[in-house]
Design a protein around this ligand. Structure first.
Ligand SMILES: *Cc1c(COP(=O)(O)O)cnc(C)c1O
Length: 376
């Protein structure tokens, strides 16, 4: 598996011919050493004479692989046995419904923090399933340019829901609410495993894998076992967390290939020094990019407030939509792809997840400087 040198992807380990630097918001870049490992054992996985995709999920080797992925993830995050890792399907979006169905049934209260598209979708889904969901804070009046810091949490709320990183707006929580009056539940899809996490105030975290962890089709859920037990009774099996806690995520056919790739990503992160080291790299990458934006004399304008800037999704505008179009086209011509902002907001978004190498960020910064010199 990957060595720390490969993790840093420097010193001649840049992109093989024909590969681009991928700044997609999701599905997004995967680490080269992981892709190479997948390629090397695609036809014959662990001596089974077939690919991982062709193996039964009831096979001992496959079950062991999934348990190993769970253990590796727990050790990356420093999670104790009070936590269970679940490998689910349905995307982060199914969690929007599953969470209130389990934990705010029968019109029970639950508080949401509105920081943009994804938290708003989660809130609306909670209303659909009948929960008494309310916003305890929102940055909507300010175009979601910041993370709120004061909250109107209700007594008796079953949980407090937030989105740790706002993929669309390029904002990210730096500190979570202190002494929350209810368990925190978070959608961490776009910054999961980008930094160490203190989960003492959390009871559930979910993340679609396709942003920072692996292929689409897998949703990772971390849930405290005692919290899972408080879930509503009588739900369909596939909507009840207990089903997956009790079966090690093998109640029905899990997304085996996606779990396998995510497992390799966990090993790659561990080989690269774990989450503390990963966070340092991410901070350095984001700083280079934000410095390029801030040092452009106003040619590039960051859309997020400085204290709320995401280390994962760097969002900015150019002076005109025409220039933005030209920027995207010329960037693509230089092998810098996926820089378009989310379709709901436009502009530029450079998603610099864990797997985007330092060289990719350097290439983007060089391109930004050149583009400004010609068009500024
Ligand atoms: C992408 C994204 C989602 C949606 O994920 P799906 O897996 O497509 O349902 C939800 N929340 C956040 C923060 C995201 O970035």
């Amino acid at each position: 598996m990957a060595l720390p040198e490969a993790y840093r992807n420097t010193g001649g380990l840049g992109q093989p011919a024909g590969r681009v630097y991928n700044f997609n918001g999701g599905p997004a870049a995967l680490p080269m050493p992981v892709l190479e490992e997948v390629a090397s054992e695609l036809l014959n996985w662990r001596g089974t004479g077939m690919s991982i995709m062709e193996n039964s999920h009831r096979d001992k080797k496959v079950a062991a692989m999934a348990l190993e992925a769970e253990e590796d993830l727990k050790s990356l995050l420093g999670l104790g046995d009070e936590w269970k890792v679940l490998f689910l399907q349905g995307g982060a979006s199914l969690q929007f419904a599953m969470i209130p169905m389990n934990f705010a049934p029968g019109g029970a209260p639950c508080d949401y923090v509105n920081t943009g598209l994804w938290s708003d979708k989660a809130y609306k889904e909670a209303r659909i399933v009948g929960a008494d969901a309310r916003f305890a804070a929102s940055s909507e009046a300010d175009e979601f340019t910041y993370i709120p810091s004061s909250f109107d949490f209700r007594a008796g709320s079953r949980y407090i829901y937030l989105t740790s990183n706002n993929t669309v707006r390029g904002t990210q929580w730096k500190r979570f609410p202190e002494k929350p009056p209810a368990p925190l539940v978070a959608d961490m899809s776009s910054d999961f495993l980008s930094r160490p996490l203190d989960l003492s105030d959390f009871s559930l975290v979910h993340a679609g894998a396709q942003k920072n962890v692996g292929p689409a089709g897998l949703t990772i859920v971390l849930v405290r076992k005692d919290f899972a037990l408080t879930g509503a009774k009588g739900l369909p099996h596939l909507l009840d967390y207990r089903t997956f806690v009790d079966s090690d995520s093998m109640y029905n056919t899990p997304p085996v290939f996606a779990i396998y790739v995510a497992g390799l990503v966990f090993k790659w992160l561990a080989a690269g020094g774990g989450l503390a080291e990963t966070a340092l790299r991410n901070e350095a990458k984001a700083k280079r990019l934000y410095d390029a934006v801030d040092g452009s004399g106003g040619f590039y304008r960051g859309t997020a407030r400085a204290d709320s800037r995401s280390l994962m999704n760097v969002t900015y505008r150019l002076p005109t939509p025409e220039l933005e179009k030209k920027f995207l086209e010329e960037g693509k011509g230089q092998g810098l792809v996926g820089l378009n902002g989310h379709r709901s907001v436009g502009g530029i978004r450079a998603s610099i997840y864990n797997a985007v190498p330092d060289e990719g960020v350097d290439a983007l910064v060089d391109f930004m400087e050149g583009f400004k010199a010609v068009n500024g």
